[in-house]
Write a protein that binds this ligand. Structure first.
Ligand SMILES: [Zn+2]
Length: 319
């Protein structure tokens, strides 16, 4: 996740980009570049643009076919850039995460498959369970953290996710951002580490990966060499500062993922880009070990956080 307290940080980052853009622009009358337009100007991210896009008739969700039977459902116009995945087998489909929940997701999913859809979340931060309430078959881990998040979260906790600087362009039409909240949802079945999810011709294995949250998991497709990494890995600063984050557990979970690397072709993260290189996990493991030993370049951030850079891996942790 990136929770609401970081909106200000994202805004500062975007303002920095704006300042750089303006500073570098020597034209006598530079065009007006707003903070939001500078952020938007970087979209789509090149790794996503290289994928095959699929028209689903939505002006909020951008869909890419990552591989046969694997769709990435991206929300590029809200700063979290959350990515949900629809994995389609021969008898059913799995929806891995449901995004932030500002715009109904089910119509988009139904454009992609007519099969029954089961939902599983990479973890229960609000930006991954937002549209869970639209679905009736939901799998989840059984942790106190999960059960608390199943109750939803009030607008006051999430207001910073929907302020003017949170969007690339206008908020989605018809959305009452002042009423935005995380809706409660009902779990139909509890799952655990090692469980298999059979979609007909495709079998996925749930692997517990606590650390980012107590209920974080990754989804493994051994036959196709794919690993959906949730927020345990994505190509950007890795956020490990929220309540419930456990750095020792995170290191152990990354160790387990690294053991899979020789068999993996692709990582599918839950933010920013829908594809990443498996070897990044090895770099993260080395970096998290260095960080936990007190190393890395450390920069204080607001709200009791610090940014820790180790080589080309950056973490944001609580101080
Ligand atoms: Zn998260």
């Amino acid at each position: 996740m990136r929770d609401f307290r970081v909106t200000a940080l994202a805004a500062i980052t975007r303002m920095t980009i704006l300042a750089l853009l303006v500073a570098c622009d020597r034209a006598p009358a530079p065009p007006v570049v707003t903070e939001a337009s500078a952020w938007c100007a970087a979209l789509p991210r090149p790794a996503n643009a290289a994928l095959e896009s699929v028209d689903v008739g939505s002006d909020w969700y951008t869909v890419y076919r990552v591989e046969p039977g694997v769709f990435a459902i991206v929300e590029p116009r809200q700063f979290q850039e959350a990515i949900s995945y629809l994995i389609v087998g021969t008898t059913r489909a799995l929806l891995f995460d449901t995004g932030i929940g500002l715009v109904p997701l089910r119509p988009t999913v139904e454009r992609l498959t007519t099969l029954p859809v089961t939902v599983l979340n990479s973890h229960t931060h609000f930006d991954h369970v937002g549209a869970n309430a639209e679905f009736s078959d939901i799998l989840a881990m059984d942790t106190p953290f999960t059960r608390a998040n199943e109750q939803g979260r009030p607008h006051a906790d999430l207001a910073g996710e929907v302020d003017a600087t949170s969007f690339c362009g206008a908020p989605p039409p018809g959305t009452d951002t002042a009423a935005f909240r995380a809706r409660p949802f009902t779990v139909t079945r509890r799952i655990a580490d090692g469980d298999s999810i059979v979609l007909g011709d495709r079998t996925l294995v749930v692997r517990a990966a606590p650390g980012h949250t107590p209920d974080a998991l990754v989804l493994h497709d051994p036959a196709h060499g794919l690993l959906w990494t949730g927020d345990s890995y994505y190509d950007s600063t890795l956020w490990l500062f929220s309540p419930g984050t456990d750095l020792a557990a995170y290191e152990r979970s990354i160790e387990r993922m690294v053991a899979l690397v020789p068999t993996l072709r692709r990582l599918l993260p839950a933010h920013n880009t829908a594809t990443a290189e498996p070897a990044r996990l090895t770099a993260v493991l080395e970096a998290v070990r260095t960080m936990r030993a007190g190393g890395g370049e450390r920069t204080p951030e607001g709200a009791g956080r610090e940014r820790v850079r180790v080589g080309d891996v950056t973490f944001m942790i609580a101080k």
